[in-house]
Design a protein around this ligand. Structure first.
Ligand code: ADP
Ligand code: MG
Length: 393
């Protein structure tokens, strides 16, 4: 996706005020009524409408008049809000070229005031798994209007929290710098992902290092769950850095064994294929952090995971709660076993709807009232927030 930050420089405080108002409105509305945006932003003389036109022109909001006259944030609009906040915090001063396109993210180079180049990851959950998001209405509860914003924000928060915790425990990960909305700022890793590297001087050493990481993660109570040649970076000295943490789970997860074996399997497969490593021969003398091995000579999950976990304590302290983790895990599961799962979801959704139809009408009514109340609160919060974010003087 093109991220034209030039536009950012020409946006006024009012533009950001209205953009923030759309974001606030999206807490309760998939499409935020224009009138509500105007009320939250409370610009003088109906100024909001003019501003909305400008935001529309720059594709920061999307106009939808199918039910009523309303707007929603685009990814770009959300990007701008996050970038603006990070600039105001003094974390970054400029955005450079795009250096990565992940499954569910875009990665850019950014620079700080003193010229240090960092990496900015913008999470885009729901880009490829929108179907999964939709099928998880239940999990999103009353927030289905919030889906991709909510999930992307959660993914960023999780990635940031994990990166920090892993760094504290001496794992080779990028340095977590800051996080806002769906955006994580981290140190730039020199080098390339394993998949891009043609040749290694010491493939055996890299293989053992990488496998050792999987084992050590499990000893700390964690499984990466996407541990493959795309998420391992390697520099000129063949030093390894692991990246990409939103899908990590605890070793107490009910599918932990499968996730662990899959991570291990990916690494074996890659090194066997690209570097012709054969593993039967050295099954006896491997030393993957002294892990016990199974019949095939691979690290055995059951022997590692007995003593687990800094996960709960430390990650809770970092602002990523157990509930956040549960929510994310539900989403990832929905992602992993897509089709059948969607079928089941559908059935249970239908049942639920039948049973709770009338009740839910009542709840909706109440919610409507709460929304009104909340929106007043939000309006106040907005001006405070706008002030603290430096949007208004
Ligand atoms: P996704 O979750 O979408 O797969 P990743 O975190 O794996 O996103 O990032 C996608 C790509 O961007 C990586 O394969 C890597 O090439 C690049 N990248 C990500 N983080 C960094 C970083 N800190 N420094 C340098 N390149 C990075
Ligand atoms: Mg990745």
């Amino acid at each position: 996706m093109k991220l034209d930050v030039e536009v950012l420089r020409y946006l006024s405080k009012d533009d950001f005020r209205v953009l923030t108002a759309v974001e606030m409105g999206m807490r309760n509305h998939e499409i935020v009524p224009a009138e509500l945006i105007s009320r939250i932003a409370s610009l003088k003389h109906g100024g909001t409408y003019k501003v909305l036109k400008n935001l529309l022109k720059h594709k920061l909001v999307h106009h939808d008049s199918s039910k009523y006259d309303g707007f929603r944030l685009t990814y770009l609009g959300y990007d701008f809000l996050a970038i603006r906040t990070l600039v105001n915090r003094g974390v970054i001063t400029s955005v450079g070229r795009q250096i990565g396109v992940g499954k569910e993210s875009d990665i850019f180079e950014v620079a700080t005031e003193d010229g240090t180049v960092l990496a900015m990851k913008l999470h885009r959950l729901g880009r490829t798994s929108f179907r999964a998001v939709k099928s998880k209405r239940d999990y999103l509860r009353h927030r289905n209007s919030f889906s991709w914003l909510y999930l992307s924000r959660l993914a960023a928060l999780k990635e940031f929290a994990f990166m920090k915790a892993l760094e504290d425990h001496g794992f080779p990960v990028p340095k977590a710098v800051d996080c806002n909305r769906h955006c994580v700022i981290m140190s730039l890793v020199q080098g390339y992902s394993l998949v891009q590297v043609r040749q290694l001087q010491n493939p055996e050493v890299v293989f053992e290092t990488v496998l050792g990481l999987i084992v050590r993660l499990a000893e700390h109570g964690l499984i990466h769950c996407d541990f493959n040649e795309f998420n391992i970076m390697i520099d000129d000295d063949e030093k390894v850095t692991m990246i990409d943490f939103p899908q990590m789970v605890s070793v107490s997860h009910r599918n932990a064994q499968m996730f662990f074996d899959r991570d291990v399997g990916c690494i074996y497969k890659f090194f066997a294929k690209r570097y012709n490593l054969s593993f039967q021969d050295d099954a006896d003398d491997n030393n993957y952090a002294q892990a016990e091995t199974d019949e095939a000579g691979r690290p055995s999950f059951s022997s590692i995971s007995k003593s687990s976990g800094f996960l709960d304590k430390e990650l809770a302290a970092s602002g990523f709660t157990r509930k956040d983790q549960d929510d994310m895990e539900k989403f990832i599961e929905g992602d992993a076993d897509s089709e059948e799962d969607e079928g089941e979801e559908h059935v249970s959704e239908t049942n639920e709807t039948n049973i709770t139809n009338l009740d839910s009408l009542q709840i909706e009514d109440q919610e409507e009232q709460m929304n009104e109340e909340e929106e007043k609160v939000v309006a106040n919060q907005l001006s405070e927030k706008a002030q603290s974010d430096g949007l208004v003087a």
